[in-house]
Ligand binder design. Structure first.
Ligand code: ADP
Ligand code: ZN
Ligand code: ZN
Length: 741
């Protein structure tokens, strides 16, 4: 028997299977996914690797095949099913197999399991008293003390007992040898949330919830495994629906994974799952220690967990009989990994579910264009919740045209309308959130007088201001000079948008000196609990106004907030990528969802220089379907995902000239591949951030109608890169259907 092994060294040249023979002492001890130690390379250096398959025969000379040295005892094995998933990820997203294997392995090293020891008295009362007399008679005081204590209370915790009675471990061992007592050991696997009370289901489902649950359960019982898109407005009761679906599959002896964006993985959410499933719930997040993470995997291995909640990486929870994967807020960009392999949790979840016979439920109040497209195509099954479960109303939304403000002579970043409403709310002692939309902000240039934004004539995305007064298209490399007069209206108010949250905080404090103001952005949340502290202070009404970036619009419930102001809604709209309208729509919709969560109702003011843009108009009207129709037309027209497929090839190197030349060669190579014109190749071009850590960057985009053509192109490019030494000093990464954050 031979084992196919992937060596634990990340290098394109070593990205292949190496065969080793299995010595008889290891027979039956290795499985797919086991980490082993093998001699490797010319010097036969001890190197680690993972078994990914076994074979009876080999194509090499059996006499020359080396032998596996042994098992890596300290390591966790990768579940066989996840090895298959890793292979799928490598195939779909590029990178090496070892990178893919490490991605699906949640904990690499074994940790020590803590143990609880208890001491049990083995004698009955009569025999115990007789023995006690013997000890007293022989003046064996420590033994007598211990036995007397146990006669009082025959089962006691070891540590407490030794302390309370002042006896040593030696004394306990002596009595154990004399068969007077026994010590029992029990593994203490920590549960990261210290809460076990089960409250069960406490609500009556709405008709819409019933229908969604019924569809899922009937399909499931009929053996149909599908991907569902649960499209339900905020507060429509999606979480309750997930929990019921999970309960149903748990009853069938299966397990569920629930993915939640890390930022929304709050105590409140987790508590709802604990209330329903008790301590058969586990969480994985970045705050757990290695020991706590290991304990969770051990609990899973011992069948003590039915539901795992966590961010993207929890997708790789090694359940033995996975029945359902839920992805809440599926539109979040956090589900796309920025490390090789650059996988998307949504696609990867569907792949895993298909391999293991599970279903997938994607939930969202504003589905990603990608998921909604697939639902319309029939690839996903659509389930809808159109009403709020508790019947609250949605907030009223107004847009303010900031160009008009400038005409009236108001040059401030706060419109008159918003100012009046803030004053009103302060008087009523209600709370206000001001949201500065800086997401995806990439230095676009616009006119504050007429709203004109400088865009690429070829790609219909905004140009980014680069060093030296250049405006550059991030997709095709088109360049033009920065202008100082607006080409549309001739005004001089053309330039980049400069205000940050700190300037806004200062301005607000000057305008409303009586108000208490909190600010939440990367700066103020650097400390460990910075985030929670600010949110808790605001929730306690320690401040009237909360100013922040997109961090403040995600999922937090503040019933006393009755006004939300969105400053410069356009900032994300003119970021330089094809998803900017989608992201803007989502942020505005989420921001609107923050107002009026309580009984008082709420208002939202969206300040914009482009009130005519469809993503702003549709967000103001809270019209998702209308937005989707316009957006999908744009994607289709311009050849962007999800209608077409897009592959970004990122290249970086420390020498600019060399990098540019290599990028040119790689592009020429792809053009030669493209005789049948299945690909559209764009670039190479410098991305918005041209240099990171002293490495220059170049990008090539490839568009195609079908994903499989992009995979073919990627495979051939990988071969070409490996064969040509000119690429050796460069870092090259593939990014399928990239998402910017
Ligand atoms: P979503 O996940 O769609 O935002 P949730 O499941 O969090 O919605 O529900 C919002 C609120 O409504 C929660 O407090 C939840 O307990 C409550 N809720 C959900 N469904 C019902 C129902 N059928 N009856 C009463 N309350 C409900
Ligand atoms: Zn203008
Ligand atoms: Zn362009």
């Amino acid at each position: 028997m031979y084992a196919d092994i992937i060596i634990d060294i990340t290098h394109e040249k070593l990205d292949k299977v190496f065969q080793y023979s299995i010595p008889s002492r290891l027979e039956g001890m290795l499985e797919v996914g086991t980490e082993v130690v093998v001699p490797f390379g010319r010097g036969n250096k001890e190197t680690h690797g993972y078994v990914i398959a076994f074979s009876e025969k080999t194509d090499y000379d059996p006499a020359k095949i080396k032998e596996i040295t042994g098992k890596a005892e300290e390591s966790m094995a990768i579940e066989g099913k996840l090895v298959a998933l890793a292979a799928w990820m490598k195939e779909h997203y590029g990178g090496t197999m070892i990178q893919a294997l490490k991605t699906v392995l949640p904990v690499k090293k074994k940790e020590k399991i803590r143990q609880k020891r208890t001491v049990h008295l083995l004698l009955d009362e009569e025999a115990g008293k007789r023995q006690l007399d013997i000890y007293l008679h022989k003046n064996q005081k420590a033994r007598a003390r211990l036995l007397a204590g146990l006669l009082d209370q025959p089962v006691q915790e070891y540590e407490l007992l030794t302390k309370k009675l002042n006896v040593t471990g030696t004394v306990i061992r002596t009595l154990e040898e004399q068969k007077i007592l026994t010590v029992e050991y029990e593994d203490m696997l920590r549960n990261p949330v210290d809460y076990q009370k089960k409250t069960g289901k406490q609500i009556v489902y709405t008709e819409e919830q019933e229908r969604a649950i019924r569809t899922f359960v009937q399909d499931y019982q009929a053996g149909k495994r599908k991907t569902y898109l649960l499209y339900g407005i905020t507060g429509s009761g999606k979480t309750e629906v997930y929990m019921e679906m999970i309960e149903q599959i748990v009853k069938m002896g299966k397990q569920a994974i629930v993915l939640i964006p890390e930022i929304a993985l709050t105590y409140q959410t987790v508590m709802r799952f604990y209330g329903r499933f008790g301590d058969r719930v586990s969480i994985l997040n970045s705050r757990l220690s290695p020991g706590e993470r290991f304990d969770q995997l051990e609990r899973i291995r011992r069948g003590k967990v039915d539901v795992m909640i966590g961010p993207r990486s929890a997708l790789f929870t090694p359940f033995s009989d996975l029945g359902l994967i839920v992805i809440d807020e599926e539109q979040e960009s956090a589900y796309k990994s920025e490390q090789v392999p650059r996988y998307h949790a949504r696609e990867t979840a569907v792949a895993r579910a298909t391999m293991e016979g599970a279903s997938v439920v994607l939930g969202s109040a504003t589905p990603s264009v990608d998921a909604y497209f697939k639902a319309k195509q029939g690839e996903y099954t659509l389930l809808e919740l159109t009403r709020r479960a508790k019947g609250q109303n949605l907030a009223s939304v107004y847009t303010v045209d900031m160009r008009e403000e400038l005409k009236k002579g108001n040059r401030s970043i706060i419109s008159d309308r918003l100012k009046e409403l803030i004053e009103d709310r302060l008087q009523k002692h209600q709370q206000i959130m001001l949201f500065l939309n800086r997401r995806g902000y990439a230095g676009f240039v616009s006119c504050r007088s007429c709203g004109y934004v400088v865009k690429c004539p070829h790609c219909d995305v905004s140009l980014s201001a680069h060093r030296g007064g250049k405006l550059v298209c991030h997709y095709c490399g088109y360049e033009t000079k920065q202008m100082n007069r607006c080409p549309e209206c001739g005004s001089g108010y053309i330039g980049g948008f400069k205000a940050g949250t700190q300037q806004i905080e200062e301005l607000i404090k000057r305008m409303f000196p009586q108000a208490g103001v909190l600010r939440m952005d990367l700066d103020t949340t650097k400390s460990k609990d910075g985030h929670e502290k600010i949110l808790a202070a605001f929730a306690n009404h320690e401040a009237d106004i909360l100013i922040g970036t997109q961090m403040i619009v995600k999922g937090h419930d503040f019933p006393e907030v009755t006004l939300v102001g969105v400053l410069a809604a356009d900032l994300s709209l003119y970021s330089n990528d094809y998803q900017s309208a989608e992201r803007t729509f989502q942020l505005l919709t989420q921001a609107a969802g923050r107002a009026g969560r309580g009984s008082a109702g709420g208002e939202v003011v969206i300040q914009t220089y482009s009130p005519e843009h469809y993503s702003i108009q549709r967000a103001a009207a809270q019209d998702y379907d209308g937005f989707y129709e316009e957006e999908i037309n744009y994607r289709s027209l311009m050849g962007y995902p999800p209608v077409h497929q897009l592959l970004a090839v990122w290249m970086s190197g420390s020498e600019e000239e060399h990098l540019k030349k290599a990028a040119g060669y790689l592009k020429e190579f792809t053009e030669r591949l493209n005789r049948q014109k299945k690909l559209a190749i764009i670039g190479p071009t410098a991305p918005f951030i041209e240099k990171v850590n002293d490495r220059y960057r170049q990008l090539i985009y490839i568009k195609s109608e079908e994903y499989k053509f992009l995979i073919e192109a990627k495979d051939l490019m990988e071969q070409y890169i490996e064969m040509n030494s000119g690429f050796r000093s460069l870092r090259i990464q593939f990014d399928f259907n990239p998402m910017s954050t």
